[in-house]
Design a protein. Sequence first.
Length: 258
Amino acid sequence: MNPMTSPSPIELHAGTVHLWYTSVAHTSIPLDDLLSVLDEEERDRAARFHFERDRKLFVLGRAFLRCLLARYTGAHPARIRFKQNQYGKLFLEYPVSSVQFNVAHSGDCIIHAVARGTGVGVDVETFRDFEEPETISSYFAPGEQAWLLAMDSHEVNAGFFTLWTCKEAYIKALGLGLSKPLDSFEISLAKSREPKILFDSDDNTLPNSWRLLLFEPGRNVLGCVAVDIASKVVELRDYGSGVLLERLFSEVRDHSAQ
């Protein structure tokens, strides 16, 4: 399947969230083909990247986003128009649709998250040695800091990135970007349980409105998606082939992929 030309529509029911995994290294589509579906502002932005790798990452992520949204909405990829809120989160302007989305990338990995009628947030991080996680985690909620400080030294790095990924996914789902302080909410990562939002000082109803789900799209790569608590099915698929990689969550018996 050529993800740039596949005309097959994707059906997305309310309560279902689709995650799409792309490996930059395994993508061989010519850059000119990718650029052809971008608008003028996106092409100008791509040209301003200093490093070719960053330029390809942006072009690939935005072109595949357009092609995905085209299959969900029926619009041509090049005709899709975006708008953004005051914090920079993108939404569909054209066509008018209840489809919402979010994009994350790290290293060789790009993740597109798509939902209908509800917000969604996704983050992905490539694990790497981080010399001073305490520097950033000092901005976390007190309970999160205490959890990290209590970890064995060889676990702190993974613990930090897991917590960071969850916090980023939640903030992105809310569409608030860096305007939301990292210590205004706390996430618990108790073993053998999915991450749980313990409190949000800005709105005490939010912890009961969102579910956080972890996934591993590649080696040494961790992702988290924040979905509405009413979501019934959350699936991770390979963008190039459409193959189902993982069903993160399902309350639907004998659910078959669309």
